[in-house]
Design a protein around this ligand. Structure first.
Ligand SMILES: [Zn+2]
Length: 121
């Protein structure tokens, strides 16, 4: 049986990633929605405990927004910069970005990944 990812596990991972990326430890706000969201005023990561794409996948996506935001400013889109951040965060958390659930990503992000893996293989 697949181990359920708990809030505590995500909070611990979050504390660790903020250290690794030398970013202020921003709060995770738990909501009852099925979506995650990165908010920059006040800077928070909002996560639904029942996120449709899985809580860890959702967390990785939103944390990548945080990395992107702290590097490039408040542009919350899913372009090249976001993709680069996502790739790094996914690699850090999962050991290999191939383990990330790319199929749950926005089309623009997924197509970058597909191109990228074609280039690599
Ligand atoms: Zn997003």
């Amino acid at each position: 049986m697949k181990r359920k990812v708990t809030k505590q596990a995500i909070e611990a991972l979050h504390a660790q990633l903020c250290k690794v990326y030398k970013l202020p430890l921003i709060p995770i706000v738990w909501t009852s929605t099925r979506r995650g969201r990165f908010v920059y005023k006040p800077t928070t990561i909002r996560l639904g405990i029942n996120c449709w794409r899985g809580i860890k996948t959702s967390y990785i996506h939103e944390f990548a927004h945080y990395v992107d935001y702290s590097t490039h400013g408040p542009y919350l889109h899913h372009g090249k910069e976001f993709y680069d951040s996502l790739l790094k965060v996914a690699e850090h958390v999962l050991g290999n970005p191939k383990k990330y659930k790319w199929s749950t990503e926005y089309k623009s992000v997924l197509s970058r990944w597909r191109e990228d893996t074609l280039d690599r293989d």
